[in-house]
Ligand binder design. Structure first.
Ligand SMILES: [Zn+2]
Length: 252
């Protein structure tokens, strides 16, 4: 079986999501984690997860979504949503030097607040990091990882920083980089210990409407490519990565 550890589902219509999940099931996908990126998308993701057995939710504030100021009220809303049924992660949270770089100090503060929230509610985190790996690792080392660990989503820290992420307790999730594996991704894909490897699409309703639809079902393509590089069968890789995600989420 397969699991998509990171997808954006909030933009789908109810029907559109049901159809996409049907196509995913047909490819052997048994679970999908939907990520919020601000209060509104987190709320929508929680609501879509209810009544859909294969869908789980994550709630949090993504650095790209910093439009106005991030307020105490926003944090309270995320806290309330995090207590809802099927919420399995605080995410998508993180640091990104390529967008809203002028608000990088604020990004760090918001990330730190979410980290505290994950600890308070005993949830793992689902983390986005682009071009700011050293700052993220430094912040994590200073503040400490939540007890239940987390996911380095669409990991882009390269082979060099991999050990630092693993030492902190991160699972390493291979995303779009697994569609066409370049030499640096290949190094990472080979080096991640099997018990820390996850697969994801980071897809959205918009990507599902592309000519070559990219959606939760596409995790099967990533699984095939990653399995080839690691020299295992796609079935075995799917089972291992699905079991890893379930262990992290405490699902039997
Ligand atoms: Zn994402």
């Amino acid at each position: 079986m397969l699991a998509d550890a990171h997808a954006h589902i909030s933009d789908y219509s109810e029907e559109g999501l049901s159809l996409a999940l049907g196509r995913a099931k047909a490819k052997g996908v048994e679970m999908v984690v939907g990520l919020g990126a601000d209060v509104e998308t987190s709320r929508r993701t929680v609501s879509l997860a209810k009544g859909r057995p294969m869908v789980y939710a994550a709630v949090g504030f993504h650095p790209w979504f910093l439009k106005g100021p991030f307020t105490d009220r926003d944090l309270e809303d995320i806290r309330a949503l995090a207590k809802e049924e099927k919420v399995s992660f605080i995410g998508e949270i993180g640091l990104d030097i390529n967008r809203n770089a002028d608000r990088f100090e604020e990004q760090k503060r918001i990330f730190a607040q979410h980290l505290d929230l994950a600890k308070e509610l005993d949830l793992p985190i689902n983390v986005h990091c682009r071009g700011a790996d050293r700052e993220l690792l430094e912040l994590m080392e200073r503040q400490g990882m939540p007890r239940r660990g987390g996911v380095a989503h669409s990991y882009s820290g390269g082979a060099q920083l991999l050990q630092a992420y693993l030492d902190l307790g991160f699972y390493i999730s291979i995303g779009r980089g697994g569609l066409r594996i370049d030499p640096e991704t290949e190094k990472v894909v080979k080096a991640v210990p099997p018990e820390r490897l996850l697969l994801e699409t980071d897809s959205s309703a918009a990507s599902s409407r592309q000519e070559n639809a990219y959606e939760p079902a596409s995790v099967s393509i990533i699984a095939e490519n990653v399995a080839r590089v690691r020299g295992v069968s796609p079935g075995e890789l799917g089972d291992v990565t699905t079991a890893n995600l379930k262990k992290l989420m405490r699902i039997q």
